[in-house]
Each structure stands twice: as C-alpha cells, then as structure tokens.
Design a protein around this ligand. Sequence first.
Ligand SMILES: Nc1ncnc2c1ncn2[C@@H]1O[C@H](COP(=O)(O)OP(=O)(O)OP(=O)(O)O)[C@@H](O)[C@H]1O
Length: 206
Amino acid sequence: MSLALERVTLSLASRRLLGPLDLSVAAGEVVTVMGSSGSGKSTLLAFVSGALDPAFRAGGRVRLDGRDLTGVPAERRRLGLLFQDPLLFPHLSVGENLAFGIPRGVPRRQRRARVAAALAEADMAGFETRDPATLSGGQAARAALMRVLLAEPRALLLDEPFARLDVALRARVRAFVFDHIAARGLPTLLVTHDPEDAQGTVVRLA
Ligand SMILES: Nc1ncnc2c1ncn2[C@@H]1O[C@H](COP(=O)(O)OP(=O)(O)OP(=O)(O)O)[C@@H](O)[C@H]1O
C-alpha cells in the first residue's frame, strides 16, 4: 500500500494556499504535516480525501497504490479519516458504530465477530451495547480508530486525532494508533500542531 501526492497545489480565490507539494508515504509509514494555523493542513487532507470545499481550486494528483484518485468520489477512495472529535454516532451503540464501516456483503455473524475482535483489541471487550456517551476519552478515541480500521481502508488521514486528550492519555492513544498503523501497513498522513505527535518525515507548510 502507498499514498503519493504529486505537484499538489491549493488556491483560495486567486491566492496560492500551498504547494506545489510532492510527497510519498509507504506502507506503515507516517508523514506528519505541520504548519501555522490557516496554512492549509486540514484543506490538504480534505483534498486527498475527495471532500474539498468547492471554494478552493486544486491542482496535481493523489495516487493510492499507484491509482490516480482524480474523479474518484470520496466514498470510494478507501481512505480512513480520524479527527480531533471521535465523531461516534450518538444514536448507535458502540458495537453498531464499529459495524458501520464493515463492507456490505459481510454476513451478520462475521460482522459480529469482527466487532468483538476489534473491541478486544481496543481493550474494550464486551462494550458492544454501550452508549458512546458513556465512554472515556481514550475509549472513544480507540473505538473511533477501530471503526475506521473495520472499513478496511488503504491509507489513513489523521487530523489532530490526539488534540482533545489529556497528556497522559495522549501518549497511550498515540502509541495505540501508531502500533496499528505499523501492524496493518497503512500509509498515513498526520496533521498536528504538537511536535510530540510527530512521526516519520515532517512536512512543514508555510
Ligand atoms: N470552506 C472554506 N471557505 C473559504 N475559506 C476557507 C474554508 N475553509 C478554510 N478556509 C481558509 O483556508 C485556509 C486554510 O484553512 P485550513 O483549515 O486548511 O488551515 P489549517 O492549517 O488546518 O489551520 P488550523 O491549524 O487552524 O486547523 C484558512 O485561511 C481558512 O480560513
């Protein structure tokens, strides 16, 4: 698995926001994007994910496993997104949240088994029927990662995924997330303000 950006530029009205930017992320590798507030970090992830606000103009290409994603709708890009907010659906149980992304066609018994295994991996065995509102910050963050992984993404885009967590929890969730990225060989783009989060190559936007 690999993710590559080729000559990516982003402009707002006639102002160049960033680029041209080239970078490649190999399987299991993290590339960290840092830069001041407003430098275009979240916009870059939105472009890669296929959800760029039409206010922006973009140039260049994104390739996932060599395949050009231009014109591929966001929902077919096979990218896993994680944000500062775990964004668990409040009207679904924890188990239903995790099952949400499992590809269609997987039989019910197998879906249940995958959810149970993911919860066990997240140290949340038996949490299927819990209301997401009752989870701690660390549990919610781990559940959010598991929901993303169950959708079988080919790469991850992480936008400040640890920013809401207090210092002690942050180190633990960070290790949890980075371990899974390495174990599953997922190329990952990580946006953060915190130098402690930085992993691998660091790209700085102006
Ligand atoms: N939908 C939009 N329409 C117009 N301008 C926008 C829109 N979204 C963001 N912007 C502007 O684009 C620029 C880049 O925003 P972006 O959110 O990518 O920055 P960022 O580097 O992620 O910032 P932060 O670190 O504060 O999250 C900013 O100047 C912002 O005001």
